[in-house]
Design a binder for this molecule. Structure first.
Ligand code: PLP
Length: 378
C-alpha cells in the first residue's frame, strides 16, 4: 500500500508506541492520593514539562484535550464567554478553517454572535490586511489556522498575532497541520490559543492539546472533576499523552531531515504532474507545508480518481467532507475562487518521509494512468 494521506492522519511512530506501553504501567488515577496515583501524577507532570519545553511555553499553559476538534471548540467557546462578559460579540474567522472551527462559529452565530468570514486569495492565503479590514470595536477573537489542511498553504499567523496584540483582541491559531512539521516556538508566535493534535505528527488519535497563554481567558465547557486546573474535566489519558509527547519529541528531532525528504518527494511529484495538460496546482509552491500537493484534474471526477487509485492500493484524499453520503465540494477551494467543477476535480496528496523512490514512481505512473483513463489526457 502506498499512503499519501498524512494530512488525514499519520502512522504511529514506533517510539510513541513504546512510550505508550511503558505509560500503561502507571495504572493509577493521577487524582488519587495513594502511591499508585502519585506515581501517575508524577509522570503526568513530567510529560507536561517536556511538552512545554518542546513548545517553548510554561507547563501551566498546556491543557490536554481529546484532540484538535476539542481544542478548537474550547478556544472559541472561551473567547465567546469572555466576549459576552465584555459586551464584545463579534468574531473574525478565516473562511478556510477546519470544520472544528467553522461549525463552532456557526453555532455561536445561533447564540447571538456576529462572525465575519475572511476569504483567502487565489493562492490560498488569507492576508493580514483582509483580517485587519474585518476588525470592529466589538471584535473579541480572530481565528486563523497556521497551515491549511487541504492546500498546505501557510498563513501569516505571526503578522496577525502582532495585529491582535496591538488591538487587544484574542487570537486563536489552529496549528493541527503544522506542529511537528515546521519549526514553531509559541513564545515567538504570540497567539493566545494554539490547538494541536497528536495523530498528525506520529502520535495516537484522540489526544491533543490547547496552549493557552497565561493572560488569556479560559473556561471549562464540560462539567466534572478539577483536572487540568479545573478547565478540562475527565481522568487524564496518560498512555496517549505519553505517546503524543514522544511523537512530538521525535518529530522535532528529525524535523529538518524529514522536511528535506518529504519536500524532495513532493517536488518530484509536482514537477511531473505540472507538465500534464489539464492538471493544475491549487495554491502555490512557496509558503506551503513541505508534504502537501493539491491538484485540480480538469475534466475528471476527484471521487472516481480516488477510487481508481484506491483499487491500486494508493491512498489519497479529496479533502472534501462526506455529508450524508454526498461529497460536498471543498469549502477551502471554493473560497479560493475555484468553481464547483474544479473543486470536485481536485485531489490532495500529503507525503510522509517513509515513502521510497520506487513508491514515488508507482504513484506518479498510477496517477497518470487513472487521469488518462478518465479524460484521455497524459
Ligand atoms: N484542525 C485541522 C486543521 C485539522 O486538519 C484537523 C483534522 O483533520 C482538526 C482540526 C481536527 O483534529 P482532530 O482529528 O484531532 O480532532
Amino acid at each position: 500500500m502506498i499512503y499519501v494521506d498524512h494530512a488525514a492522519t499519520t502512522p504511529l511512530r514506533a517510539e510513541a508506541k513504546e512510550a505508550m506501553l511503558s505509560a500503561m504501567e502507571y495504572f493509577g488515577n493521577p487524582s488519587s492520593m495513594h502511591k499508585a496515583g502519585q506515581e501517575a501524577r508524577g509522570l503526568l507532570g513530567s510529560l507536561r514539562e517536556t511538552l512545554a519545553g518542546l513548545l517553548n511555553c510554561s507547563p501551566r499553559e498546556v491543557i490536554f484535550t481529546s484532540g484538535g476538534t476539542e481544542s478548537d471548540n474550547m478556544a472559541l467557546r472561551a473567547a465567546a464567554i469572555e466576549g459576552k462578559k465584555l459586551g464584545k460579540t463579534h468574531m473574525v474567522i478565516s473562511a478556510i478553517e477546519h470544520h472544528a472551527v467553522l461549525h463552532t462559529a456557526y453555532a455561536l452565530e445561533q447564540e447571538g454572535f456576529q462572525v465575519t468570514y475572511v476569504k483567502p486569495g487565489r493562492d490560498g492565503i488569507v492576508s493580514s490586511e483582509s483580517i485587519e479590514q474585518a476588525l470592529r470595536e466589538d471584535t473579541i477573537l480572530v481565528s486563523l489556522m497556521y497551515a491549511n489542511n487541504e492546500t498546505g498553504m501557510i498563513q501569516p499567523v505571526e503578522e496577525v498575532a502582532r495585529l491582535c496584540q496591538k488591538k487587544k483582541i484574542l487570537f486563536h491559531v489552529d496549528a493541527v497541520q503544522a506542529l511537528g512539521h515546521v519549526p514553531m516556538a509559541l513564545d515567538v508566535l504570540g497567539a493566545d490559543y494554539v490547538a494541536f493534535s497528536a495523530h498528525k505528527f506520529g502520535g495516537p488519535r484522540g489526544i491533543g492539546g490547547l496552549y493557552v497563554k497565561k493572560t488569556a481567558p479560559l473556561y471549562s465547557f464540560m462539567q466534572g472533576g478539577s483536572q487540568e486546573r479545573g478547565k478540562r474535566a475527565g481522568t487524564e489519558n496518560l498512555p496517549a499523552i505519553a505517546g503524543m509527547v514522544k511523537a512530538l519529541e521525535v518529530s522535532l528531532r528529525n524535523l529538518e531531515e524529514d522536511r528535506k525528504r518529504i519536500a524532495y518527494l513532493r517536488d518530484q511529484f509536482v514537477d511531473t504532474l505540472s507538465e500534464i495538460e489539464g492538471v493544475t496546482l491549487n495554491g502555490k509552491m512557496e509558503g506551503r507545508l513541505p508534504g502537501n500537493a493539491n491538484f485540480c484534474f480538469h475534466g475528471a471526477s476527484a471521487e472516481s480518481l480516488l477510487m481508481m487509485l484506491s483499487e491500486k492500493e494508493i491512498c489519497v484524499s479529496t479533502g472534501a467532507a462526506c455529508a450524508a453520503g454526498a461529497l460536498e465540494p471543498s469549502h477551502v477551494l471554493l473560497a479560493m475562487g475555484l468553481t464547483k467543477e474544479e473543486a470536485g476535480s481536485s485531489l490532495r496528496f500529503s507525503f510522509g518521509s517513509e515513502m521510497t523512490d520506487a513508491e514515488l514512481d508507482t504513484l506518479v505512473e498510477s496517477v497518470l494512468q487513472v487521469y488518462a483513463a478518465q479524460t484521455g489526457k497524459r
